[in-house]
Design a protein around this ligand. Structure first.
Ligand SMILES: [Zn+2]
Ligand SMILES: [Zn+2]
Length: 201
């Protein structure tokens, strides 16, 4: 595979934004073999990627999924159905270079604003990494446990605003000012309270 950025490598991280309440805009660059799964938030007022017409989007998606062997860049999960693709940089470019394969669970982590609003996830203070939470949650679901049982087994302290997730999401977006995307600092992680599709069907 051709890698345009190899010879002329840009820094790994985009501009950094600092916020008073622990939101930070650190995003890995496109050539991100070192993709680090962290709870991310998109400012819907500033960036909403426009998709090309369906046939073209389907074609691009297929290229990305095949290139990535249908394996999630966040957690490594392999599944032939229901995989998503996620934009690496908020340039709006719908090119395979700017898209990566991501499972439904990791994608929920990468867009916490939307998923806090739908109450799919909640934020906790976690000594476990975000990837570990995704993997252990999926293992638990596979073993027949409920998400409530799984989250209880993690025994994590609540994050800010719990249980008022929608207020939290709105406040995060308001803190972002001019940043199109940002991510939460450690030790904040997302846990799944109502995610139905774990791609183990
Ligand atoms: Zn994943
Ligand atoms: Zn995405």
């Amino acid at each position: 595979m051709k890698r345009a950025t190899k010879n002329n490598q840009k820094p790994d991280l985009l501009e950094e934004y600092d916020f008073s309440k622990g939101v930070r805009g650190k995003y890995a660059k496109g050539d991100a073999d070192k993709f680090l799964l962290r709870p991310g938030i998109t400012n819907p007022k500033l960036w909403f990627p426009e998709r090309p017409p369906k046939a073209e989007w389907d074609r691009i998606r297929r290229i990305v999924l095949d290139r990535d062997n249908h394996s999630c860049r966040g957690c490594g999960h392999h599944a032939l159905r229901f995989m998503h693709v996620h934009h690496l940089e908020e340039t709006g470019e719908n090119t395979p270079q700017n898209l990566t394969t991501i499972c439904v669970a990791c994608h929920a982590v990468l867009h916490i604003g939307y998923n806090l609003g739908l109450h799919v996830i909640e934020i906790r203070k976690s000594p476990l990494s975000q990837v570990e939470i995704v993997r252990r949650s999926r293992d638990g679901v596979r073993a027949g446990l409920s998400l409530a049982q799984i989250n209880k087994s993690f025994n994590l302290k609540p994050g800010p605003y719990v249980p008022d997730s929608i207020q939290y999401a709105n406040d995060l977006v308001n803190q972002m000012n001019k940043a199109p995307r940002a991510s939460l600092d450690e030790p904040l992680c997302a846990v799944f309270v109502n995610l139905k599709r774990w791609q183990i069907e």
